[in-house]
Design a protein around this ligand. Sequence first.
Ligand code: CU
Length: 160
Amino acid sequence: MKRILRVAVLVSLLSFSVMAVSGCATSRAAAGSLQPLRQATVDGAAQVNVVVKSYVITPDTLVVPAGKVTFHVSNRDVIVHEMLVVHAQTKSFGLPYDFSISRVIEDQIQKPGEVPDIQPNSSGDVTLDLPAGRYVLLCNLVGHYQAGMHTLIDVVPNVQ
Ligand SMILES: [Cu+2]
């Protein structure tokens, strides 16, 4: 009887430690994906490389440390685009929008900066000093925001 109990305890301890190990691995992987991984460039700015193509804006990271951030925006499309960096006004995209002109209303948003008029197969840069917060990267040429040219990026407190 005693022996059976000991085996049962041992089995449950083993399964618990297996769960604990796999649980650790999972949470470490999840935490890793949330870390700001940007390396500071020579001038001390973190760099975010952004590709605009086919009404989609794709940054190479969704999390960046607060402070100087350089956005390097490459237009791999056949038409002109731009990229605005805008404070997110809600937890989602919720920006004021004028459907009659198919554009975000720029005098009703907070826009730290932009890369204007990026020609096809070219690129542009802007370096901004960004406090922590949630931002929307978007293209505000007529109809482009509505067509899907927006994405969220989080600027997180810089712990260094
Ligand atoms: Cu566009």
